[in-house]
Design a protein around this ligand. Structure first.
Ligand code: PEP
Length: 248
């Protein structure tokens, strides 16, 4: 059996100030190492700050979105080459907030993941169903369709991405998926990856959606849950550190 080291990634979303960031970085650095690999995905303007604060630590940093284009007349967009220059290890692509508020299609998300890998930045590809889709029994079809676009676009590089299962109804709502509900979807995603790449057993599939210090350990104990993508709870150093420490 493959042992996968857990990965815990904070998604700060559109939060942060110089003062609040400094306190958060300090809290993370003071906590020292955990059993998990740890990263924070910060807003673009704070990447330089993250690079300076975290460079000498084991904590990695990344962004929350990227352009699918390499460069050019794309006002307001940020390329993966730029993220690479700022030392980003990860970039979140296809977060449900971007799919919903910016009408990002499955193919655009896949193109962004490809652009990231081309520059040596690991994409964290988010998939997940809405409440209406879950209630109408479409969960499997939705996450399969979302992942399938990425698998086809990445080709032989599929094994290099990180996948995050984030049920939309669990994000920021306090309604965490039960460990069994999450594991069931993670197993489906793993099976889909297995059909696409010989590296599927080593790939990380994170769970995201109201992960808190008191539910992280049971989620992380599931066989196909390889860590978490953490929104709200990543904004409080003590909570984020407690979640990282929940990794066995
Ligand atoms: C997220 O933004 O990816 C997320 C999972 O948010 P929260 O932890 O707040 O539900």
């Amino acid at each position: 059996m493959t042992t996968r080291r857990k990965l815990v990634v904070g998604n700060w979303k559109m939060h942060g100030t110089h003062k609040a960031n400094a306190e958060l970085f300090e809290g993370l650095l003071a906590a020292g190492p955990s059993n998990a690999d740890v990263a924070v995905c910060v807003p673009f303007p704070f990447l330089a700050e993250a690079a300076v604060a975290l460079a000498a630590s084991d904590v990695r940093w990344g962004a929350q979105d990227c352009s699918a284009h390499e460069q050019g007349a794309y006002t307001g967009e940020v390329s993966c080459g730029m993220l690479h220059e700022f030392g980003c290890r990860y970039v979140i692509v296809g977060h449900s907030e971007r799919r919903a508020y910016h009408a990002e299609s499955d193919q655009l998300v896949a193109d962004k993941a490809k652009a990231a890998l081309a520059k040596g930045v690991t994409p964290i590809v988010c998939v997940g169903e809405t409440l209406a889709q879950r209630e109408s029994g479409e969960t499997e079809a939705v996450v399969k369709r979302q992942l399938s676009a990425v698998i086809h676009t990445l080709g032989h590089c599929v094994g290099e991405m990180v996948v995050a299962y984030e049920p939309v109804w669990a994000i920021g709502t306090g309604k965490t998926a039960s460990p069994e509900q999450a594991q069931a979807v993670h197993a489906l995603l793993r099976a889909q990856l297995q059909a696409a790449t010989p590296h599927a057993a080593a790939m990380k599939i994170l769970y995201g959606g109201s992960v808190k210090p008191d539910n992280a350990a049971t989620l992380f104990a599931q066989p196909d849950i390889d860590g978490g993508l953490i929104g709200g709870a990543s904004l409080k150093a003590a909570d984020f550190v407690a979640i990282c420490r929940a990794a066995p």
